[in-house]
Design a protein around this ligand. Structure first.
Ligand code: RP5
Ligand code: MG
Ligand code: MG
Length: 257
């Protein structure tokens, strides 16, 4: 299954670190309800995130409202009400990842993102806009974190504008594109940054360019994206995190019209 594959990789250091490695979690030990008393993963919270505006405080220093909307931060999971380890840290609902702590993510518990999957037909083939991520060099559906207080519908437009229009959106010309959104997925992402206590969740929305409004718009990578291209949905192009699963959801759904 697509779940907990990329966030159990042990043959390379975690994220940009050189010496932080995940403990090996065998398939049959992923679930928390499987007893594993010897399990003692490394605890890692990226020191560069501490004190950053997007980053949570240490677990014992913050005043968190879990499984709830906590001020302007949504700490509810799309998946379930999550539980906690003995230190009071949220537990990844998908199970063990071989690394505890906040890792490089900003929030304990769910880190909410939104992914705009923009499609078109070109010579009879269905294609989507992909960007190359600056952090790993992998190709991905554009997307990013929901800002505090931001509506997901806003995040979708903002991230597409930042990453695929290099920040230059002519709002009026894209109105017809944003009108036709449909939700394809809402839930967990098998993101390589996930840990036992912090994980990515997303809302994936398909915006099909049926009116060809993108023909008159200059697509260009921007922000943390370094490159952009259209990819044929049937090409089995390898993608970041569980984004190839997201493309299979698009293919399983009725063709966009
Ligand atoms: C993935 O990370 C999500 O599906 C989304 O595409 C992305 C958000 O993180 P950043 O692009 O902001 O790093 O898990
Ligand atoms: Mg972004
Ligand atoms: Mg992004």
């Amino acid at each position: 299954s697509f779940i907990h594959t990329k966030c159990r990789i042990t043959d390379a250091p975690y994220s940009k670190t050189k010496d932080v490695f995940r403990a090996l979690v065998p398939d049959n030990k992923v679930k928390w309800n499987v007893d594993w008393s010897e399990y003692s993963p490394k605890n890692y919270t990226d020191p560069n995130t501490i004190g950053k505006p997007y980053a949570d405080k240490n677990i014992d220093e913050g005043d968190f409202r879990w499984n709830a909307v906590d001020g302007s931060i949504n700490r509810k999971s799309h998946i379930c009400d999550y539980s906690f380890d003995k230190d009071g840290r949220p537990l990844n609902p998908m199970g063990r990842t071989g690394l505890s702590g906040r890792g490089v993510l900003g929030k304990w518990g769910p880190n909410h993102a939104a992914d705009p999957l923009v499609t078109r037909y070109q010579n009879g083939r269905l294609e989507f806009v992909a960007i190359q991520r600056g952090d790993t060099g992998e190709w991905a559906i554009p997307g990013g974190m929901v800002d505090p207080g931001e509506k997901v519908s806003q995040t979708l437009k903002r991230e597409f504008t930042e990453e695929a229009l290099n920040g230059v959106a002519d709002a009026s010309s894209l109105e017809d594109l944003w009108k036709h959104g449909r939700e394809l997925y809402k839930g967990y992402v098998d993101d390589p940054r996930n840990t036992d206590n912090s994980w990515m969740e997303t809302v994936l929305m398909n915006f099909h360019d049926k009116d060809n409004v993108l023909q008159g718009v200059k697509l260009a990578a921007g922000d943390d994206a370094t490159n952009l291209r259209w990819i044929d949905v049937d090409s089995e192009f390898p993608l970041y995190a569980s984004h190839d699963h997201f493309i299979s959801l698009l293919k399983q759904s009725r063709p966009p019209t």
